[in-house]
Design a protein around this ligand. Structure first.
Ligand code: CU
Length: 162
Protein backbone atom coordinates (compact mmCIF):
# COMPACT_ATOMS: atom_id res chain seq x y z
CA UNK A 1 0.00 0.00 0.00
CA UNK A 2 1.43 3.39 -0.92
CA UNK A 3 2.35 5.72 1.93
CA UNK A 4 0.50 9.01 2.31
CA UNK A 5 3.58 11.02 1.35
CA UNK A 6 3.90 9.07 -1.90
CA UNK A 7 0.28 9.73 -2.73
CA UNK A 8 0.74 13.47 -2.13
CA UNK A 9 3.85 13.46 -4.29
CA UNK A 10 1.93 11.84 -7.11
CA UNK A 11 -0.84 14.38 -6.80
CA UNK A 12 1.64 17.25 -7.01
CA UNK A 13 3.18 15.77 -10.12
CA UNK A 14 -0.22 15.45 -11.68
CA UNK A 15 -1.05 19.03 -10.77
CA UNK A 16 2.14 20.36 -12.34
CA UNK A 17 1.56 18.32 -15.45
CA UNK A 18 -1.87 19.91 -15.84
CA UNK A 19 -1.03 23.44 -14.78
CA UNK A 20 2.13 24.03 -16.81
CA UNK A 21 0.64 23.52 -20.27
CA UNK A 22 -2.36 25.63 -19.21
CA UNK A 23 -0.05 28.53 -18.25
CA UNK A 24 1.75 28.27 -21.57
CA UNK A 25 -1.48 28.45 -23.53
CA UNK A 26 -2.71 31.44 -21.51
CA UNK A 27 0.43 33.46 -22.20
CA UNK A 28 0.33 32.64 -25.89
CA UNK A 29 -3.35 33.56 -26.29
CA UNK A 30 -3.06 36.83 -24.38
CA UNK A 31 -0.81 38.17 -27.12
CA UNK A 32 1.84 39.18 -24.56
CA UNK A 33 5.56 38.88 -25.25
CA UNK A 34 5.46 37.19 -28.65
CA UNK A 35 8.73 37.86 -30.44
CA UNK A 36 8.68 40.41 -33.25
CA UNK A 37 9.16 38.85 -36.65
CA UNK A 38 10.98 39.81 -39.82
CA UNK A 39 9.12 39.36 -43.11
CA UNK A 40 10.64 39.36 -46.59
CA UNK A 41 9.14 40.95 -49.69
CA UNK A 42 10.91 40.00 -52.93
CA UNK A 43 10.69 41.34 -56.43
CA UNK A 44 9.59 39.26 -59.40
CA UNK A 45 10.15 41.39 -62.49
CA UNK A 46 7.90 44.35 -61.71
CA UNK A 47 5.85 42.69 -58.96
CA UNK A 48 6.15 42.48 -55.19
CA UNK A 49 5.91 38.99 -53.74
CA UNK A 50 3.79 38.71 -51.69
CA UNK A 51 1.79 41.64 -53.02
CA UNK A 52 -0.34 41.70 -49.85
CA UNK A 53 1.45 40.96 -46.58
CA UNK A 54 -0.12 40.57 -43.12
CA UNK A 55 2.10 41.29 -40.12
CA UNK A 56 1.86 42.25 -36.44
CA UNK A 57 2.81 45.53 -34.72
CA UNK A 58 6.53 45.56 -33.97
CA UNK A 59 7.39 43.37 -36.98
CA UNK A 60 9.89 44.41 -39.63
CA UNK A 61 9.68 44.09 -43.42
CA UNK A 62 12.84 43.58 -45.48
CA UNK A 63 12.86 44.13 -49.26
CA UNK A 64 15.11 41.84 -51.31
CA UNK A 65 15.92 41.58 -55.01
CA UNK A 66 15.98 45.35 -55.20
CA UNK A 67 18.42 45.92 -58.04
CA UNK A 68 16.72 48.50 -60.24
CA UNK A 69 13.90 49.04 -57.76
CA UNK A 70 12.99 51.23 -54.84
CA UNK A 71 10.16 51.13 -52.29
CA UNK A 72 8.10 53.99 -50.95
CA UNK A 73 4.84 54.57 -49.14
CA UNK A 74 2.26 56.18 -51.42
CA UNK A 75 1.28 59.57 -50.03
CA UNK A 76 -1.77 59.40 -47.77
CA UNK A 77 -1.86 55.60 -47.86
CA UNK A 78 -0.54 54.78 -44.40
CA UNK A 79 -2.14 55.22 -40.97
CA UNK A 80 -1.62 58.51 -39.14
CA UNK A 81 1.57 58.36 -37.10
CA UNK A 82 2.63 55.17 -38.90
CA UNK A 83 5.90 54.35 -40.65
CA UNK A 84 6.80 56.44 -43.69
CA UNK A 85 9.53 55.41 -46.06
CA UNK A 86 11.13 56.22 -49.38
CA UNK A 87 14.21 54.14 -50.15
CA UNK A 88 16.98 54.86 -52.59
CA UNK A 89 17.26 52.97 -55.87
CA UNK A 90 18.87 49.48 -55.55
CA UNK A 91 17.86 49.41 -51.91
CA UNK A 92 18.82 45.78 -51.25
CA UNK A 93 17.83 44.75 -47.75
CA UNK A 94 15.96 47.99 -47.03
CA UNK A 95 14.03 47.58 -43.77
CA UNK A 96 11.02 49.23 -42.17
CA UNK A 97 9.69 48.47 -38.69
CA UNK A 98 5.91 48.74 -38.37
CA UNK A 99 4.52 49.73 -34.98
CA UNK A 100 1.23 51.41 -35.90
CA UNK A 101 -1.65 49.12 -36.91
CA UNK A 102 -3.33 49.86 -40.21
CA UNK A 103 -2.93 49.40 -43.95
CA UNK A 104 0.08 50.66 -45.89
CA UNK A 105 0.06 50.86 -49.70
CA UNK A 106 3.49 51.26 -51.31
CA UNK A 107 5.06 51.22 -54.73
CA UNK A 108 8.27 51.15 -56.65
CA UNK A 109 7.96 54.60 -58.14
CA UNK A 110 9.94 53.68 -61.26
CA UNK A 111 7.63 50.77 -62.10
CA UNK A 112 4.36 52.11 -60.83
CA UNK A 113 2.88 52.22 -64.31
CA UNK A 114 3.91 48.53 -64.64
CA UNK A 115 1.84 47.71 -61.57
CA UNK A 116 4.61 47.50 -58.97
CA UNK A 117 2.33 48.18 -56.01
CA UNK A 118 2.07 46.31 -52.72
CA UNK A 119 0.10 46.33 -49.46
CA UNK A 120 1.14 45.65 -45.87
CA UNK A 121 -1.52 45.20 -43.21
CA UNK A 122 -0.37 45.57 -39.60
CA UNK A 123 -2.50 44.03 -36.83
CA UNK A 124 -5.43 41.65 -36.64
CA UNK A 125 -8.23 44.17 -36.61
CA UNK A 126 -9.82 45.85 -39.63
CA UNK A 127 -7.42 48.67 -40.61
CA UNK A 128 -8.74 52.03 -39.43
CA UNK A 129 -7.43 53.92 -42.46
CA UNK A 130 -9.24 52.18 -45.33
CA UNK A 131 -11.44 55.23 -45.99
CA UNK A 132 -8.37 57.49 -45.97
CA UNK A 133 -6.71 55.20 -48.53
CA UNK A 134 -9.78 55.37 -50.77
CA UNK A 135 -9.78 59.15 -50.41
CA UNK A 136 -6.09 59.34 -51.41
CA UNK A 137 -6.57 57.22 -54.54
CA UNK A 138 -7.66 60.05 -56.89
CA UNK A 139 -4.41 61.87 -56.06
CA UNK A 140 -2.30 59.02 -57.50
CA UNK A 141 -1.07 60.17 -60.89
CA UNK A 142 0.76 57.14 -62.29
CA UNK A 143 -0.59 53.62 -62.36
CA UNK A 144 -3.73 54.44 -60.42
CA UNK A 145 -5.48 51.38 -61.80
CA UNK A 146 -2.76 49.16 -60.27
CA UNK A 147 -3.01 50.89 -56.92
CA UNK A 148 -6.75 50.33 -56.99
CA UNK A 149 -6.22 46.69 -57.90
CA UNK A 150 -3.94 46.09 -54.90
CA UNK A 151 -6.34 47.92 -52.55
CA UNK A 152 -9.16 45.65 -53.77
CA UNK A 153 -7.01 42.53 -53.41
CA UNK A 154 -6.14 43.59 -49.85
CA UNK A 155 -9.83 44.15 -49.02
CA UNK A 156 -10.75 40.72 -50.40
CA UNK A 157 -8.05 39.09 -48.27
CA UNK A 158 -9.23 41.05 -45.23
CA UNK A 159 -12.78 39.80 -45.79
CA UNK A 160 -11.53 36.26 -46.08
CA UNK A 161 -9.66 36.55 -42.79
CA UNK A 162 -12.47 38.17 -40.76
CU1 CU B 1 10.72 48.63 -59.54
Amino acid sequence: MASISKIIERRNCLRHALVLPACFVAITLSGLPVRAEEHIVRTRRTEWVPSVLFIQPGDTVVWLGMRGHETELIEGMGPEGGAQWDSLLDAEGFKVKFDAPGAYIYSCDIHMSNGMVGAIVVGNVEPGNLAAIDAALPRVENGRIFVERIINRMKRELNRRN
